[in-house]
Design a protein. Structure first.
Length: 426
C-alpha cells in the first residue's frame, strides 16, 4: 500500500471536506493505514492493537472526515489508469470488455439495505463489481439482495471515470433483461451475458413472413414472435430522450430500469424498450451460437469477475467478513475501500510479475504472450494477512517502477478477432 501510494499518488485524492490541505502530521501514512484498515474490514480499534503509533479514535476520525464515496471512486480510477499503462496488463486483455457480477456480503439486520437473500439464505447485501478484462475493478456498488442485479450493469459503466472505457459488457444470466439490452444498445454498449437455459429463450422474427432455411425452428411457429417495428418507430424519439437523460445524469439508469420492470407492461415506453431489447438479444443469441471465440471470451470474462469476488473477500478478512456499519453511506464506503485495497494489490502483483518476466528474459528465456495470458494477478501466496503490521515503509520512497515489457502481445489480440459482419450487426 505504501509503495502504490508513492507511485500512483492516489492518497492525494483525500482530505477534509473544506478542500484545504490536511492538518495531519503525515497524511500519506495515515491515509495508507486507514485504507488498509477499512479495506481489510478489520475496524479501526482492532487495527490499533496491531499497528504501533496509531489509535482507534484517530483512524475512525480520518476515515469519516477525510474519505468520501466520490474521493474513493477517484482513487480507484487512479489505480486503474496506472495499471492500464503497464505492458503486462495487455496479457490479460485490452480494456475494451468488462464483466459485472455480485457477491453476497454479510451485514446486521437492523439497517436499510440489509435483506435476507433467497439465493444465499442469510441476511446481507450485494457487492456488485465491474471488473475489466485486465482483472482490475473499474467500479463497485453495494446494493440490496432483493434487487435485480441487471439494473446496475449500466450504472457502473456510466460512473466509471477512469481512462479504461469498455464498450463490451459481460454478465451472468441475470443480465438477460429486454430493457437492459435496449438501454445498453442505445448508450453504445455491446451487452453479451453468459447464456444458459436456452430452452426458455425466444428468438424474434423481423416480420410475419420471414422464414429461415436452417434455423427457423429457433424462432417458433411461423407468424409468431414478431418484432413490432412500428411501435419502435413511433417511440424512437422518446427512447433517445431517455437515453440522453441517462447519459447526462438527469436520471439514474438503475432507477429507470427498476421502473421499466415493475408493473409497466402496458406502458408505451416499456413496450418500446422491450421491442428494441428483443431485437438486440436475438442478434446477440445468434452471435453467441456461431462465434466460438466469443463464447470463450464471455466465459473468461465472467470467470475473472467471479475470481475477483473471491480475491476481494480474501483481502477483506476482518470481522469474519461482516460489514458492521448500518449506515448505507458507510456500507458503500466499505465496498469502495475494499475495491481500492484490492486494486492496489492487483497493481503491485502485476509489477512483481513483470519484474520476474524481465529477469527471465535477461537470463535468455523465451517468453510467449500466451504464457503470460494464463497468469492471474490474484496471487495470495506471498501475502501474510495476520500478525503485527509494520509501518516502517511509510517513510521510504521506493524507486520508480518500469511500465515497459519486451514482449509482443499482438498475437493475443489477433486470436480473438470476431466473426466478420456480426460485430456490427446490432
Amino acid at each position: 500500500m505504501a509503495r502504490t501510494a508513492y507511485w500512483v499518488e492516489w492518497w492525494r485524492r483525500f482530505g477534509p471536506p473544506s478542500g484545504n490541505e490536511p492538518k495531519l502530521t503525515d497524511p500519506l501514512g495515515r491515509y495508507v493505514i486507514v485504507t488498509f484498515v477499512k479495506g481489510t474490514n478489520m475496524g479501526p480499534y482492532e487495527a490499533a492493537r496491531h499497528i504501533p503509533g496509531v489509535s482507534g479514535h484517530e483512524l475512525s476520525y480520518v476515515a469519516n472526515k477525510h474519505f468520501s464515496i466520490m474521493l474513493l471512486n477517484e482513487a480507484v480510477a487512479d489505480l486503474v489508469n496506472a495499471h492500464a499503462r503497464l505492458d503486462i496488463s495487455q496479457a490479460c486483455g485490452d480494456g475494451t470488455a468488462v464483466a459485472a457480477d455480485g457477491t453476497h456480503m454479510d451485514t446486521y439486520l437492523d439497517n436499510l439495505l440489509s435483506e435476507t437473500s433467497v439465493r444465499y439464505g442469510k441476511p446481507g447485501g450485494i457487492a456488485y463489481h465491474h471488473v475489466s478484462d485486465t482483472y482490475i475493478a473499474l467500479f463497485t456498488h453495494f446494493i440490496p439482495c432483493g434487487v435485480w442485479e441487471a439494473v446496475y450493469i449500466i450504472e457502473g459503466l456510466l460512473k466509471n471515470t477512469s481512462e479504461v472505457q469498455p464498450t463490451t459488457v459481460h454478465a451472468d444470466t441475470q443480465g438477460q433483461s429486454f430493457p437492459v439490452f435496449a438501454l445498453a444498445h442505445l448508450l453504445g454498449f455491446d451487452l453479451m451475458p453468459r447464456i444458459r437455459n436456452w430452452k426458455e429463450l425466444t428468438f424474434y422474427r423481423p416480420s410475419k413472413q420471414t422464414e429461415y432455411v436452417h434455423i427457423d425452428s429457433l424462432f417458433g411457429e411461423v407468424g409468431k414472435n414478431v418484432i413490432d417495428f412500428d411501435l419502435i418507430e413511433s417511440q424512437f424519439r422518446h427512447l433517445m430522450r431517455v437515453a440522453v437523460s441517462v447519459r447526462e445524469g438527469a436520471i439514474s439508469s438503475s432507477t429507470l430500469l427498476k421502473r421499466l420492470r415493475s408493473g409497466s407492461r402496458k406502458n408505451a415506453t416499456y413496450a418500446a424498450f422491450r421491442e428494441v431489447g428483443r431485437v438486440i438479444r436475438t442478434v446477440q443469441l445468434l452471435r453467441y451460437l456461431c462465434d466460438a471465440p466469443l463464447r470463450r471470451r464471455v466465459t473468461a470474462a465472467t470467470n475473472k469477475v467471479e475470481s475477483f469476488n473471491r480475491f476481494s473477500q480474501w483481502i477483506g478478512f476482518g470481522n469474519r467478513g461482516v460489514i458492521a456499519d448500518n449506515d448505507p453511506v458507510e456500507q458503500e464506503k466499505a465496498m469502495k475501500f475494499n475495491a481500492l485495497l484490492t486494486n492496489a494489490v492487483i497493481f503491485h502483483n502485476a509489477l512483481d510479475i513483470a519484474e520476474i518476466v524481465r529477469q527471465l528474459l535477461e537470463e535468455g528465456w523465451e517468453i510467449a504472450p500466451e504464457d503470460l495470458a494464463h497468469i492471474s494477478p490474484y496471487l495470495t501466496e506471498h501475502i501474510n494477512r495476520f500478525g503485527e503490521y509494520s509501518t516502517h515503509e511509510l517513510g521510504i520512497q521506493p524507486e520508480a517502477y518500469e511500465t515497459k515489457l519486451d514482449v509482443d502481445f499482438t498475437p493475443l489480440r489477433e486470436q480473438d478477432l470476431p466473426v466478420a459482419g456480426f460485430s456490427t450487426a446490432a
